[in-house]
Design a protein around this ligand. Structure first.
Ligand code: FES
Length: 105
């Protein structure tokens, strides 16, 4: 027996370390999952392509919540649910990623 493989276009890591949590990361994580499910973007939904995982500290504690998206290697600070969802939608659709609050460039 082996695990089911789900094709994945992108993986979102949202920091829920203590300093990001103090800035609302838990709420962003919960509502972002809800939105990914509702919009059919989550990897286990038909046609869905995205994974979302809680991360421990990503080393950018000043400015959380921090969101990191692979394989793009795109880093975002101060993410809100709408901002994170825009990143997710762009990844799913293969569009250019939003620039607002991106800090890896
Ligand atoms: S606690 Fe989130 S980057 Fe450090």
């Amino acid at each position: 027996m082996k695990p089911t493989y789900y094709p994945t276009r992108a993986h979102l890591l949202l920091c829920t370390g203590p300093r990001c949590r103090a800035r609302g990361a838990d709420t962003v994580f919960r509502y972002l999952w809800d939105a990914l499910e509702r919009e059919g973007l989550a990897y286990y939904k038909t046609g869905g392509t995205l994974r979302l995982t809680e991360s421990s500290c990503l080393g950018a504690c000043c400015c959380g919540p921090i969101l990191l998206a692979y394989p793009a290697g795109a880093w975002y600070h101060g993410v809100t649910v709408p901002a994170a969802l825009e990143v997710a939608r762009a990844l799913h659709e293969g569009r250019d990623l939003p620039e607002t609050n991106r800090f890896d460039e």
